[in-house]
Design a protein around this ligand. Structure first.
Ligand SMILES: [Zn+2]
Length: 243
């Protein structure tokens, strides 16, 4: 149970993070992103939705532009300026060829060696049920890493000038209950807190706690737990699928 996590590979230049919703990358992952951009690596974000169904008191029409704005601000805190949205519908993202094609297109465009996504499994471990959007996007991202390299699966992408990219070496899944690797969060943790605080409207709808107190407590707690398996340093865990 106390197997140590391995350090994440560092021999890459470009990563693409693909998730379902604004805030998915800020609940832990962004501390690793901060460390990577500090080291001169390039990271781009791709979101399947604008998180428009995420706030009970706001209609999707009001919510979408607001959450997009908060996501862009949040990405900027950890050195990410490329943030794109696929406009699938929040809450009912469907796993299937159209989603795989959209993600494969982005992989061909960005040509990353590392792809990041969020937990694609049914649960977060034990009986904590995951959401269908995370499952759909996580699975489609794992699949799209291969689709991006195959010229025959989505021939329409080549017609759009997107040539196959078979250079993805790893797909790293955040939030997995069976992680294999970790990234030191010591230097990125404070910026991760600020990146989560940037989702202020969402957090204020979620809790009465002060957003910064809430974000710091959550992220410090998770990074500390991962750190118990990573030499005692606060860390972000990933389950790494090698290709
Ligand atoms: Zn989410």
């Amino acid at each position: 149970m106390t197997t140590q996590l391995q350090a994440m590979p560092t021999d890459w230049h470009k990563a693409l993070a693909v998730v379902a919703h604004p805030d998915d990358l800020e609940y832990g992952c962004s501390a690793a992103v901060a460390a990577w951009t500090d080291a001169g690596k390039e990271v781009a974000y791709l979101l399947a939705t604008r998180g428009e169904a995420g706030i009970d008191t706001l209609s999707p029409q009001e919510c979408a532009p607001l959450r997009e704005r908060e996501q862009r601000a949040s990405a900027a805190v950890v050195g990410v300026t490329s943030v794109e949205f696929l406009d699938h519908r929040d809450g009912v993202i469907e796993y299937g060829p159209p989603l795989r094609r959209d993600i494969a297109a982005a992989i061909r465009e960005h040509r990353p060696e590392l792809v990041i996504t969020l937990n694609h499994r049914d649960t977060w471990g034990e009986v904590a049920w995951n959401t269908p959007d995370h499952v759909a996007v996580g699975r489609a991202t794992l699949d799209a890493a291969a689709d991006a390299g195959n010229r025959w699966i989505f021939p329409e992408l080549r017609e759009r000038g997107l040539e196959p990219w078979n250079g993805v070496k790893w797909v790293a899944v955040a939030g997995s209950s069976t992680p294999t690797h970790a990234v030191d969060a010591t230097t990125g943790l404070e910026r991760a807190v600020e990146s989560l605080v940037a989702h202020r409207t969402y957090i204020e709808a979620l809790t009465d706690e002060d957003p910064r107190t809430y974000a710091r407590a959550f992220l410090t707690d998770v990074a500390g737990t991962v750190g118990e398996r990573f030499g005692g340093r606060p860390a972000v865990a990933f389950e790494v699928f090698t290709r």
